[in-house]
Design a protein around this ligand. Structure first.
Ligand code: PLP
Length: 387
């Protein structure tokens, strides 16, 4: 049985989303910036999608800037914030603080900013405590970025006290909600955050489209110049089919939010019950509040890459740490930040369920993993016996 258990890397396109996109990939053409009827049709489709995505996120549609995905949204946020600070002459005094467990699409651009960047530590269970933010916050810190939910461990951060503290200190707060959107309820305006990143392909929408939600108080410059699309925050002709797909995906996600969370939690909990029968397994961040669909664990005596390949041979798709870092052999920076011992962190596997998964896939996964562990143990015994 082939099992796709890597939904935090990307989800399958929902057939209803594809159906909504298809007319915009052939039948309906025109540039949304054109004033004629063809253009207007495209523009209307974008605005309808904007409303659907805004509704899912608890935002006003005017607060949404469509981008090419989570990576671009994070780059726009960091670079655009610093560019605006530089234009207002505040660059030298500005500092930014980002959590140690952010996705690389936030950590990498943070290394290329013209300002000082401080790292916010996490505790052993992957949570960011208020004291960790207090520790790095200086009078110059003008932006703090802490993700809503982690892509590897699934840990959901308790953002409210952090947002309150940063806002009181006159700072701005950004959260990368790429993994949270469509999995847990979000309310951008009630949360008090000033910017939020989301990505469509983590919620059954198409790849290559996302959004940055912006509170108008946030100082931000565009980083890509040209036309005045997206409220002058993102130049370039809009990817209408993808945006329409994102809108449809958001609409479906909102209507299915509870049901999908319930299903994936049942699958994840069943998997964890099975994993706990295996002495070699350690579940990471087990005590923390986590996304209902995600579990990350280590298997003593293995490397995650080897496990991933052995599972792949059995047609089971999982991830060893973050999908975007699978190409590298470094251990996960998230587990490193949580001070998980190196050998255990190196053995990490992430299983992330989606709405298309079933209980029989949980059973197939557990059987395959048990098999791999047993074969390994038997060959170790034979080697030790010199056979
Ligand atoms: C937390 C998080 N942020 C950002 C991204 C990047 O999103 P995209 O693939 O849309 O660029 C990912 C993708 O894995 C992610 O998990």
């Amino acid at each position: 049985m082939a099992c796709y258990l890597d939904n935090n890397a990307t989800t399958a396109l929902d057939p209803e989303v594809l159906e909504a996109m298809l007319p915009y990939m052939g039948q309906v053409s025109g540039n949304p910036s054109s004033v004629h009827r063809y253009g207007r049709l495209q523009k209307d489709a974008i605005e309808q999608a904007r409303e659907s995505v805004a509704r899912l996120l608890g935002a006003f549609s005017e607060q949404l800037v469509f981008t090419s995905g989570g990576t671009e949204s994070n780059n726009l946020l960091l670079t655009g914030f610093c560019r605006q600070a530089a234009m207002s002459g505040a660059e030298v005094q500005t500092r930014i603080a980002v959590s140690a467990i952010e996705h690389l699409s936030l950590l990498e651009p943070a290394q290329h900013l013209p300002v000082a960047v401080d790292e916010i530590a996490v505790d052993a269970s992957g949570c960011i405590q208020l004291s960790a933010v207090e520790q790095v916050m200086t009078r110059q810190t003008s932006l703090v970025s802490v993700m809503t939910a982690n892509n590897e461990t699934g840990v959901i951060q308790n953002l409210a006290p952090l947002v309150d503290y940063v806002t009181e200190a006159n700072g701005f707060f950004h959260t990368d909600a790429s993994q949270a959107a469509g999995k847990i309820p979000l309310d951008f305006n009630a949360s008090g955050v000033h910017a939020m990143t989301v990505s469509a392909h983590k919620m059954y929408g198409p790849v290559g489209v996302g959004a940055l939600v912006i509170n108008k108080r946030l100082p931000l410059q565009k980083i890509q110049y040209g036309g005045s699309q997206e409220n002058n925050f993102r130049a370039g002709t809009e990817n209408v089919p993808a945006i329409v797909g994102f809108g449809k995906a958001a609409e479906i996600a909102l209507s299915e939010l509870e049901a999908v969370a319930r299903l994936t939690r049942q699958l994840r909990d069943a998997l964890e019950r099975g994993l706990k029968q295996l002495s070699a397994v350690t579940i990471f961040a087990e005590q923390a509040e986590r996304l209902p669909n995600t579990v990350q664990f280590g298997v003593a005596g293995f490397s995650g890459e080897t496990l991933l390949m052995q599972l792949d041979r059995k047609a089971i798709a999982v991830s060893s740490g973050s999908a975007c870092t699978s190409g590298k052999t470094d251990i996960s920076h998230v587990l490193k930040a949580m001070k998980i011992p190196h050998a255990l962190a190196d053995s990490a596997i992430r299983v992330s369920f989606g709405k298309n998964n079933t209980m029989s896939e949980v059973a197939a996964f557990l059987e395959a993993l048990q098999d791999i562990i047993e074969v390994n143990q038997n060959s170790s015994v034979m080697m030790a016996a010199g056979l």
